[in-house]
Design a protein around this ligand. Structure first.
Ligand code: FAD
Ligand code: DHB
Length: 389
């Protein structure tokens, strides 16, 4: 194979980057380890920032999202005593879109097929070479044979466990990390949402989040100890915990049902700097992870793609290398702000094992301050709907 940009990973960031580059007449090859069915079955993010929504439209994949997604004007934050409404529309003039990551990737695959781009699935043992030369290449195993793609640039869109980040020599990168002592147990269930907007709830029994995918499909989460296994959580145990943790007025109208998916995700904050080494650019989860509180993971991957696709189009159409030279700094400036927001939301809403009584009072005071201060609510709303690119 020979291409302009080799893209490692066919998750949301790899597919969106490929889509935007091909639309601009730039050739790509996407190398994805899993099958398409596997990528499309991973239940992950559910909330799109307004900038993400705009970029998906610009990429030509906004039609089904606009028809079937649910714009939300706000969300709720609560504890055992208080339910605070954050009115995004009133505070910022913007909304977010409820539209699942599985839907976004479905639409991207369909658009890529329509354009006839090259996406290889079942690719193994990817290795990246000559990143400091004028031309680079990527080797991989596909259909039982060792193959190679020659390219000018490589986009590392292969998630947290991919090969791209670790291809950068250890002495050239620096990692920042915080691991939280709990995970989120999430379920999907075919019942109507308990509330018309999301509820992030910090109760004395721990955190819960009431989210949704559509009018008959909910995505609910509870904070669980890291040592818990999915098998420890029967549907009944989940519903009991969830009911205890959401505000009483919501619990009173909760409809429960069998779970159709159940999984536990650990919570982590992680950034690896810089995002560029020679011809390699890291994008999305390959370079950074946020805890899910605040719904920033997918949206951050999309903002990286925003900066990188413009920079690559510039350099590949003879408009200079300033964009690619600046990519890492520009993307990181926004990444660190989302890191801060996700960390703050996580700290404000979860119980930490072994914490003192003071910590719980701080959470209560933060919520009470949000209830009383429009300035505080605006600050939260501005981050939640997404900082400008
Ligand atoms: P990924 O989606 O991880 O895609 C990377 C792709 O690269 C994968 O398809 C993988 O198969 C492929 N790959 C990996 N290694 C290789 C290799 N060596 N060679 C070739 N291909 C490779 N975000 C939110 O905003 N809200 C949420 O509720 C939320 N929940 C999440 C739950 C879980 C369990 C996880 C793991 C993440 C969650 N996220 C959530 C984060 C969000 O899903 C990610 O930020 C988003 O998927 C990042 O997209 P990406 O394309 O950068 O990486
Ligand atoms: C969802 C996940 C989140 O992490 C979040 O903050 C909001 C919604 C979801 O899966 O719907």
């Amino acid at each position: 194979f020979k291409t302009q940009v080799a893209i490692i990973g066919g998750g949301p960031s790899g597919l969106l980057l490929s889509q935007l580059l091909n639309k601009a007449g730039i050739d790509t090859v996407v190398l994805e380890r899993s099958s398409r069915a596997h990528v499309l079955s991973r239940i992950r993010a559910g909330i799109l920032e307004w900038g993400t929504v705009d970029l998906l439209r610009e990429a030509g994949v906004g039609a089904r999202m606009d028809a079937e997604g649910y714009p939300h004007d706000g969300c709720y934050l609560s504890d055992d005593d208080l339910m605070v409404h954050i009115d995004f529309r009133d505070l910022t003039g913007k909304q977010v879109m409820v539209y699942g990551q599985t839907e976004v990737t479905t639409d991207l695959y369909a658009a890529q097929d329509a354009m006839g781009t090259t996406i290889l699935h079942g690719v193994e043992d990817v290795s990246i070479h000559d990143l400091e030369q004028a031309q680079s290449f990527v080797e991989f195993t596909h259909d039982g044979a060792r193959k190679r793609v020659d390219c000018l640039y490589v986009a590392g869109c292969d998630g947290f466990h991919g090969v791209s980040r670790n291809t950068i020599p250890e002495e050239k990168r620096r990692a920042f990390e915080r691991v939280y002592p709990f995970g989120w147990l999430g379920i999907l269930s075919e019942v109507p949402p308990v509330n018309d907007e999301l509820i992030y709830s910090n109760s004395r029994h721990g955190f819960a989040l009431a989210s949704m995918r559509n009018e008959n499909l909910v995505r609910y989460y509870v904070q669980v100890p890291l040592t818990d296994k999915v098998e420890d959580w029967s549907d009944q145990r989940f519903w009991d915990a969830f009911t205890q943790r959401i505000p009483a007025e919501a619990a009173a109208r909760l409809i429960t049902g069998p779970s159709i998916e159940k999984s536990i995700a650990p919570l982590r904050s992680f950034v690896s700097e810089p995002l560029r080494w020679g011809n390699l650019f890291l994008v999305g989860d390959s370079a950074h992870i946020v805890p899910p509180t605040g719904a920033k993971g997918l949206n951050l991957a999309v903002s990286d793609v925003y900066y990188l696709h413009r920079a690559l189009i510039e350099v590949l159409t003879g408009q200079g290398a300033a964009g690619i030279d600046d990519y890492s700094n520009r993307a990181l400036a926004r990444i660190w702000k989302a890191m801060r927001f996700s960390w703050q939301m996580t700290t404000m809403l979860h119980q930490f094992d072994g914490e003192d009584a003071f910590a719980a009072q701080m959470r209560k005071a933060t919520l009470s301050h949000l209830a009383n201060s429009q300035t505080a609510r605006r600050e939260l709303a501005e981050n939640y709907i997404g900082l400008p690119f």
